[in-house]
Structures are given as C-alpha cells and as structure tokens.
Design a protein around this ligand. Structure first.
Ligand code: ZN
Length: 489
C-alpha cells in the first residue's frame, strides 16, 4: 500500500497523491450507460480507462469495491428535464416493453465490455431497483430545505443551495451565466428557476415507467440515482467518482449539489474524468453519420471503416493516449495501433523463446521502475507503452544477437509483460488464441478422419472408443450424413 500513486482530481484541478479514506479499502463509483441503444465508441473510453484504474489499484493491493450503475429510468432526451424518457422512446419505436429494451442493451453492453477485456465491477446497480433509496434521498433534501414540491414534482432549489454552497465548483460554471443562458423551456413553468433540476417528476398519463411516491405517481430525475446508489454502496464519503468529461455538467455538478444538500458535506474525494472521442476530427453524432457502435467496429460493418478492428486493437488504441487527452478515431490511426499491438505481442512470443546469455549488454533494471513511475503519474499509459516498446527493442536485439540478456534481465522482462501488458493494461494476445483454435481444429480433423477409417474397416470397437475418450474430455462427436462434427460440451 506504500506507493506514490497520484491522480488528477477534476475538483481541485491538480494532481494529488492518492490517499484512500480507509486503506486498504477503496470505493470507486463510475457512471455507467443509459441502456437504450447499442454500446458505441463513446462507451469504450470510460470503460477502458476505469478498468485500467481498477486493475492498477488492485495491483497496488487495495481492496476495491467498484460500482458502475446502469441507468434504466429517468434519463430524458434533454438534460434540462425535457423530452421523452430515452428508454421509453426506444420501447415505443421497437414495440417492446421498456424493461425488454433495457435487457437487450444491457446484454449488448456487457458482451462488448467482455470483448474489451474489462473486468466486471463489484456491483452493477440499476436505477429502477433503487426507487425507494432515491425517494428517501429526496425526502432528506426536502427536509434540509433545498428542494420544493410543485404539482406532484420535486425540484432542486439551485438558487437557495448556491447561497450556502458553491454550485458550479466542478464544471466551473457560474450561476449568473447559467441564469442568462438557460432557456425556460415549454412545460417547465413550474420550476422557480430554469436551472433548477428535477428530483422527482410527476408522470404524464402516457408515461409507462412510474412508481407511487409521497408526491405523485412518477419517476426519479436522472442525476439522483448516482447520489443515492453511490452512497448506499460506498458510504456517505467515498474515494473516487469517475465518468466521461461530458458528464461534468449538469450530471456530476447536480450529484455534488444533491449529496451536499442531503448530508451537509461532500461525498466524493477524487473526481476523475476521461476526455472525449472524435471521429476524423468531428464530434460523434448520429446526425453526422459517424456514429459507430462497438459491434460495427469489431465486424467492420460501417461505411467509414476500411476493415474490422479487433477489441484489443481498440483497447490498445485508447491506451496510447492519456485518458485526459482527446482521441481521434481514423482508419489510419487504428491501423497503426493494430501494428503496434502486433509488434508488442510478437516480442512477447520472441521473449518466451529467448535463451539467457551469460551477461547482459543492456541495462533493463531501471525499466521496471520507470513503468511504475508512469502508472503512478495519473495513469500515464502512453508513457508506460513507450517504456514497454523500449523493452521490445531489447528483446528483438537479443533475438538478432546484436545485444545480450542475462537470465535475471530476461526474468525482469517477462515480469514487465505479465504485470504491465497483461495485468494492468489488460491486453490479450488475440493471435495466440486464434492459432490455438486453428491447432485444435486441425487436430480434430485428424482424429475424425482416423475414426472414419476405423468405421470403414468396420472396427466399431475403435470408433466407439475414440468417441468415448473424446467425451471424457468434454468433446462431443455428432455423426452427420457427410462425416462427423464436434463441439465442446
Ligand atoms: Zn452518474
């Protein structure tokens, strides 16, 4: 636990040494997806960034409770409490139950997350499963006097809150500017101020997802779930809250206001935000036809893509940039990332076969220290990768015979790959899997042909024995019209 890990805190706007409140325990909360469409590139960046953080914290021997929520209710099309619920709208378009929509896109999201080799969070709470907690939270805010009820809806009183606390401290927005820049939207006349936000909304007659409450039959405002669920699972004060930079305002600013109003203190000690993704220099948007889902990226099925890119190429590509820098997606950049990843994995294969020399001609003992320094410096993955590629250079030179590596240095090099490439960066050798799959396929073809020869010679004992022995290892043979097929049980 004795380490030099520093992280950039978006609230103080500087790098701070990471000191958890109750070591070795660390509470980590990350805003998850609103599940109303297939997961896309925008989902990949926070997923990979906070997976890397989670992996590194675990590597530093912290006991991390990683909570990532799933928004399945209350996220309206416009963040200013306007428009239809995103999930209900999709349900109407797809002729599905809202919870059917939720399940469909949760499944898609989790599948993509597994393809990207992100570890499962400790808890993945859903907003719809925490309506009671959210209502209790509203009651607390009402009791403290920072919310008001009107026509069955409850709104947060930003004006009153900002007289005592600093609304805008995270995003740097100033209330006076918000006052002049926030339009009063139609149907929002009941708010005292246009920048007030909904904690509870009375459901209109056509609104499907609704719950009874002391105020009306309705549903919670989007920002509320993260305050209620983070505190439920991580305590009133917890260590790290993460999410995309686009969530700073209004979502995280509102979360801070809600929690501070209810508890009289700040809940989050370190706010971390990943930067955004652009595509060929443009913001990703459905209206610009550059909206690429992860499934499309992995299959290559999108007009902007030259080819399919593997999940590890995407993961590697994202980690080539620092998480606080913007990243621009283009085919050229992805092809370069694919090459870089192949080079790294090929060097790993070479390393496995290297024979130690009696002495070393290069000094790699400091490389490991440098790798830790890079990760300690606010997860500086691009710098880490540059050191790993320095290692690649030595491996290739040792393989050519232009440099020599003694057994101690070889061990350090192997541990660098194990620790940084696989454990912390979470990369996988996709080619190794493929060649294993190919090898298995080739071997099975040989076995099936041998069994067919036995059957042709009517040596039933042998053909049965082959089938039985395969079954013991979990491989099922099925005799079809034109030969046998196999599958793993
Ligand atoms: Zn959130």
């Amino acid at each position: 636990m004795d380490n030099n890990f520093t992280i950039y805190n978006s609230l103080s706007r500087k790098k701070e040494p990471f000191k958890p409140l109750h070591p070795p325990f660390v509470g980590l909360y990350v805003c998850g997806p609103t599940v109303y469409s297939d997961a896309h590139l925008g989902h990949a960046r926070p997923a990979v960034t906070f997976d890397m953080l989670y992996r590194y914290l675990k590597h530093l021997e912290y006991k991390v409770r990683y909570v990532r929520n799933i928004t399945d209710v209350g996220h309206l099309e416009n963040d200013a409490d306007e428009g239809e619920d995103k999930i209900e709208k999709r349900a109407r378009l797809e002729h599905m139950e809202p919870m059917e929509v939720v399940q469909k896109y949760i499944n898609n999201f989790l599948k993509n997350m597994e393809q990207l080799n992100t570890l499962h969070p400790s808890i993945e709470p859903r907003a719809s499963g925490h309506i009671i907690e959210q209502q209790e939270f509203i009651s607390k805010i009402l009791k403290k006097g920072y919310a008001y009820e009107i026509n069955g809806s409850v709104y947060f009183d930003v004006d009153k809150y900002s007289k005592k606390y600093d609304y805008g401290k995270l995003s740097g927005r100033v209330l006076e500017d918000l006052q002049t820049n926030t339009r009063s939207l139609e149907g929002q006349e009941e708010k005292r101020n246009p920048f007030d936000f909904a904690l509870w909304k009375k459901a209109s007659p056509e609104h499907i997802m609704r719950w009874s409450s002391p105020w009306s039959e309705g549903y919670p405002g989007w920002h509320l779930e993260c305050s209620a669920m983070s505190i439920k699972y991580l305590g009133e004060v917890f260590d790290i809250h993460g999410g995309g930079m686009d969530l700073q305002f209004p979502h995280h600013e509102c979360e801070i206001a809600q929690s501070t109003a209810a508890l009289g203190k700040e809940s989050v000690r370190y706010w971390m935000h990943n930067n955004m993704i652009t595509i060929n220099g443009q913001k990703m948007a459905r209206s610009l036809n550059n909206f690429i889902t992860l499934d499309q990226l992995f299959s290559g099925d999108h007009p902007l893509l030259y080819k399919a890119y593997s999940p590890m190429t995407i993961r590697f590509f994202l980690m080539q940039a620092h998480y606080r820098s913007t990243v621009d997606f283009s085919n050229e950049a992805l092809l370069a990332a694919e090459k870089g990843l192949q080079k790294l994995m090929k060097a790993h294969e070479t390393l496995k076969k290297l024979k130690p020399s009696l002495s070393s001609t290069v000094d790699i003992s400091t490389l490991k220290t440098k790798c830790y320094e890079a990760m300690d410096d606010d997860l500086n993955s691009p710098t880490l990768l540059s050191y790993l590629f320095e290692g690649v250079k030595y491996i290739n030179a040792a393989s050519d015979g232009t440099e020599r590596l003694a057994s101690g240095d070889l061990e350090i090099m192997k541990s660098l790959f194990r620790t940084f490439v696989f454990e912390i960066l979470g990369l996988k050798d996709e080619e190794a899997g493929k060649s294993n799959d190919k090898l298995t396929g080739d071997l099975m073809k040989i076995i099936i042909n041998l069994r067919q020869d036995a059957k042709d010679r009517k040596e039933w004992g042998i053909s049965d024995k082959i089938r039985e022995e395969l079954k013991k290892t979990g491989i099922i043979l099925k005799d079809m019209k034109d030969g046998a097929e196999w599958e793993v049980e």
